[in-house]
Ligand binder design. Sequence first.
Ligand SMILES: Nc1nc2c(ncn2[C@@H]2O[C@H](COP(=O)(O)OP(=O)(O)OP(=O)(O)O)[C@@H](O)[C@H]2O)c(=O)[nH]1
Ligand SMILES: [Mg+2]
Length: 397
Amino acid sequence: MVWFDQLLKYLATLLQSAGVPDDKLSIAALAVVYVAAIIIALVLVLVLLKIAAKGGKKDLAEPGSVEDAGFEAEAEAEAEAEAEAEAEAEAEPVNLLARFHAGVSRTRSALVGRVDSLLRAGRKIDDDLFEELEEILITADLGLVTTRTLMEALEKRSKAEGLSDAAQLRSSLMAEMSGLLVDADPITPDSAEGPFVLMVIGVNGVGKTTTIGKLARRFAQQGHKVVLGAGDTFRAAAAEQLVTWGERAGVDVIRHAEGADPAAVAFDAARAAIARKADLLILDTAGRLHTKVNLMEELKKVRRVLEREIPGAPHQTLLVVDATTGQNALTQARQFDEMIGVDGIALTKLDGTAKGGIVVAIACELGLPVRYVGVGEGAEDLQEFSPQKFVDALFEN
Ligand SMILES: Nc1nc2c(ncn2[C@@H]2O[C@H](COP(=O)(O)OP(=O)(O)OP(=O)(O)O)[C@@H](O)[C@H]2O)c(=O)[nH]1
Ligand SMILES: [Mg+2]
C-alpha cells in the first residue's frame, strides 16, 4: 500500500531527526504505527460503548424530546417504585397471615394434631372418644372450666345433629371454639376530649415494653401522633428500652430518672400529650415492685392521675400476658382485672409455645377480649386478634 509506505517513510524521517540510529528506523516506525493503531482502536471502542449507553436511555424515555428524556426516565423510575410499593402493600396481609400461621404452629401441632389423630374417619362417637378429647383440650391449656364448657356444647351439638362419625366433630369443635372467643373492635385512638390514653400493665417480663413499641410504630404509621410515657421507673434501663422503641417508631418519649415517682411520669406524659396535641398516649408501667400490693397500689395511683388530667382516661387498660406461662396468664388476668380493671388483653410469645389454648380460656373464663397477639420479637409481629383468624390458623391442614 502506497500510503502506508509513505507514512512509514514520514515517520522514519521524524524518528531520524529525533536521533534514532539509521539501522533501527524502519522497526521504530512500525512500532509507532502499531502503538497508534492500538490507541485508536481503544478510543473507538470507548466511543461506541458511550453511544450504545445513550441509545439505551433514549429508548427508555421515548417518545419525547431530548430534554424530556431525563424527566421521563425519572417519572418512569418513580412509577416503578410506586408499583413496587403497591405490590408490597398488597403482599403485606399475606405476609402477616403467614406470620400468624407460623406463630400458632406449635399450638396447632400440640392441639389440633392430636385432635386430628383422635377424630380419624371411621371412628365412632362414644363416651371414650369424648373422654380422650377432653384430655387433649385440658393438656393444651384450655383449662378445666373452658374444656368442660366446650365438651358440653360438643356433646349437645353431636346429639342434636345426629353425628355418628368422629371426623364430623372437627368442624363442630371449630365452631364451638370460635363461639367462645370474644370478638373485639380494634383500638382506634379517637377521642374528642384530648389524647386517647392507653395504659399498659402486666407482671415483669411478659412483653409490655415490646408491645408498646410495636403499637407505637403501628399507630404512627397510620398517621397518628403518638406520645409514650416511661412509667416503669423501678427497673434500671426500662426507660432506655422504651426510648429505643420510640426512636424506631419516630415518636416522643416522656421519661424521668430511675426511681422517680411513676405517677409524676404519668402526669408529665399526660400534660405533654395534651400540649403536643397527640392523638394517643401509651403509658408503660412497672411489672415488678417489692411486693404485689405495692405494684397494685402504684398502678391505681397512676390511673387516678390519668383520670384527673385527661377526661375519660385511661380509655383502654391493656393487660399484657405471656402465652408461654399457660394457666398463670389466666391467674394474672383475673387478679389485674379485679384490682385495676382490664379492658383487653395482649397475649405475647404465642410463637414460642404450644399453650395457645389459653386464648380460649381467657375469653371463656374472664370474658375479656384478646385484642392483640405477639407472634415474635420484631416490630411487625404484633397482630390484631380475630377469633375466626385464630381458629382457621389453628385448624388449617
Ligand atoms: N418470641 C417473642 N418474644 C417476645 C414477644 N413479645 C415480647 N417478647 C420478648 O420478651 C422479652 C421481655 O419483653 P419486655 O417488653 O421487656 O417485657 P416487659 O413486660 O416490659 O418486662 P419488664 O419491663 O421487666 O416488666 C423481650 O426479650 C422481648 O423481645 C413475642 O410476641 N414473641
Ligand atoms: Mg418493660
